[in-house]
Design a protein around this ligand. Structure first.
Ligand SMILES: [Zn+2]
Length: 108
C-alpha cells in the first residue's frame, strides 16, 4: 500500500514499513506491521503528474520501484499488486506506472 506524507492519516515512520525520504534514502521498520499489507510512504506530496515532479521526487519513485520489485521477489507477490491508501493518498494524479518495473522474461 502506497502513502505519501500529504496523507490524511498519520504517516509517521513507525506507522509504515518503508519510508522513502526526500534525499532518496530509505528507512525500514524492523518488523512488518501487518501481514496483509506492506506500507510504503513517500515523503512529500506525490499527487501530481510524473513530468511535473522534481528530480528528487523522481528519485524517490525510483527507490520505491526498487523496493517493490525486491518485495515482490521475496514474498512472491505480483509487483502489480499495489494499492493506494485512499482516494486522496497518495492522490489521483500519482504516477503508478512509474512504480512498476515489468519483470524481464516474466514469471511462470
Ligand atoms: Zn495514507
Amino acid at each position: 500500500m502506497i502513502h505519501d506524507t500529504a496523507c490524511d492519516k498519520e504517516t509517521k515512520p513507525q506507522n509504515v514499513d518503508f519510508t522513502i525520504h526526500k534525499d532518496g534514502s530509505v528507512s525500514t521498520a524492523s518488523v512488518l506491521l501487518e501481514s496483509e499489507f506492506i506500507h510504503i510512504c513517500l515523503v512529500g506530496n506525490f499527487n501530481r503528474e510524473y513530468d511535473a515532479m522534481s528530480k528528487e521526487q523522481k528519485m524517490q519513485l525510483f527507490a520505491a520501484s526498487k523496493i517493490i520489485s525486491e518485495l515482490s521477489r521475496r514474498y512472491s507477490i505480483s509487483p502489480l499488486y499495489l494499492f493506494p491508501h485512499s482516494e486522496t493518498c497518495p492522490g489521483a494524479h500519482f504516477p503508478w506506472n512509474e512504480l512498476v518495473i515489468y519483470p524481464v522474461g516474466g514469471y511462470h
